[in-house]
Design a binder for this molecule. Structure first.
Ligand code: GKR
Ligand code: MG
Length: 449
């Protein structure tokens, strides 16, 4: 008998974070996510994790009547029904803004997909458990790899002691990484120390520096120092399009041996779209380009391909759905692009989602983004993810997503969310301790005011 979904529950949760700096400011002490838990009539439990925030919680909850009571074999139909219902929900809001139909389409895609992924993933988890196959086997052409490579996501880190915000500290004394990850890292030496400590714990061989914090010359100096320390590593920098096209070309030209690719160096400028400036950057420097900013839905994908602006679309399952991000990987494989994944702070459920999607992604992949090293130790599953040589193994013999939820930990993460009144992410708040009245400017690095 095909089991039916008995219950679907949405649990807003929070976890601890360091004061990570980026173009938008400083990460707050807590990051938030929504965890979706489904049970079926066979007694199995399926889980999924998507970005946090009350709007997503509510939209997920509005899907419950379309999910409960239905056979898990109908999962594609359930996902379709939820998608249609959610599109209707957000159409009015998105359509009301300026920008016309094109903008409305993009907004609907963005607002709907992370909710849809929250329904799709626990269903895939349940189906995988029922059929005794991993989720990867149900995606795209099925599982194509067992080892999935991740990168070390390095950040400049602010000094939490300058704030009165409740940042976690002294939470892990087990090694160098545990000791330094809550401490300030405001220069090149501190970031290189971070890289060495993270590589020692997780075995990473790929590094990404979050830029858009200091003057670009200083950030390029950090990248060069990383390359000196790890000559065989693949290294990238992501200033979230804070640099101008001219600046990006000037900074990165001649860095082929240092930077493996560059993520969102520049964005829309004057009469030119971000995809046009990225194409120009790619042409003038010869460096591959990655993005999670200007190739984020199928229409943008079409424009990016026409212009040859993006070599590495970062197709995060949370923003493309599990099936959708593998569809991007298949496309990449067929037209000589290479697939990668974007990330935000997350728990182990999201990490497993990315690993399963990557295990079904054909061709050459870039190491997947993950913020998990900043959260390591805060897993919601009964066991901690085990990295080896920077990789996670997707065992073809472990059915579903491979996460056995620890309900006590889930409840504790929910309490953390409730007790700290967690809501929408606001990176400006922490930044204002550094620079009074600090405000976000998409064209100026956070510490440059
Ligand atoms: O965690 O600060 C951050 C990142 O900047 C994140 O918000 C981005 O969405 O990691 C992301 C990126 O690659 O742009
Ligand atoms: Mg990025």
């Amino acid at each position: 008998m095909v089991p039916v979904v008995k219950t679907m529950r949405v649990v807003p949760v929070a976890g601890y974070d360091s004061m990570l700096l980026n173009l938008a400011g400083a990460h707050e002490p807590f990051f938030t996510r929504n965890v979706v838990v489904m049970t079926d009539s066979n007694g199995n439990e399926g889980v999924g994790e998507v970005p946090g925030g009350e709007v997503i919680t509510q939209r997920l909850e509005s899907c419950i009547p379309l999910v409960e009571g239905r056979p898990i074999a109908e999962y594609k139909q359930i996902v379709q029904d939820c998608t249609r219902m959610l599109q209707g929900q957000v159409a009015g809001v998105a359509g009301a803004g300026a920008g016309g139909a094109e903008t409305a389409h993009a907004q609907i895609f963005k607002k709907v997909t992370n909710v849809v992924t929250g329904v799709e993933t626990p269903l895939l988890d349940l189906l995988g458990q029922h059929l005794n196959v991993p989720v990867a086997a149900l995606l795209g052409e099925g599982q194509v790899r067992t080892e999935v490579r991740f990168l070390a996501y390095l950040f400049y880190v602010g000094d939490r002691t300058l704030t009165d915000m409740p940042y976690i500290h002294d939470d892990d004394n087990s090694d160098e990484w545990g000791r330094i990850r809550r401490e300030p890292a405001m220069d090149t030496d501190a970031v290189v120390r971070q890289a060495k400590a993270a590589a020692a714990r997780f075995g990473f061989k790929d590094f990404k520096l979050k830029g858009g914090v200091f003057a670009p010359e200083k950030e390029i100096e950090t990248v060069k120092a990383l390359k000196k320390e790890f000559p065989d590593a693949r290294i990238t920098i992501d200033p979230n399009a804070a640099w101008s096209l001219d600046e990006s070309v000037r900074l990165c030209r001649g860095l082929e041996g240092t930077l493996t690719y560059v993520e969102d160096p520049c964005g829309a400028e004057g009469r030119f779209s971000a995809r046009e400036t990225m194409a120009e950057f790619h042409r003038q420097t010869g460096l591959p380009t990655a993005t999670n900013m200007c190739d984020t839905d199928w229409r943008e994908m079409k424009a990016a391909i026409r212009l040859d602006s993006v070599t590495i679309p970062l197709a995060d399952p949370h923003f493309w759905t599990m099936q959708g991000c593998v569809r991007v990987a298949q496309l990449c494989h067929d037209i000589d692009l290479t697939w990668g994944v974007h990330s935000n702070n997350h728990f182990d459920i999201s990490l497993a989602m990315v690993a399963q999607a990557a295990a079904a992604a054909p061709g050459n992949l870039n190491a997947c983004d993950t913020h998990y090293m900043w959260q390591d130790g805060q897993h919601l599953g009964k066991t901690a993810p085990q990295f080896h040589d920077g990789c996670l193994t997707v065992d073809p013999n472990v059915p579903g997503l491979g996460i056995q939820l620890d309900h006590d930990k889930l409840e504790a993460a929910h309490q953390l969310y409730v007790e700290n009144n967690c809501g929408t992410r606001d990176d400006a708040r922490g930044m204002q301790y550094y620079i009074p009245n600090w405000q976000y400017d998409p064209h100026r690095p956070a510490m440059v005011r």
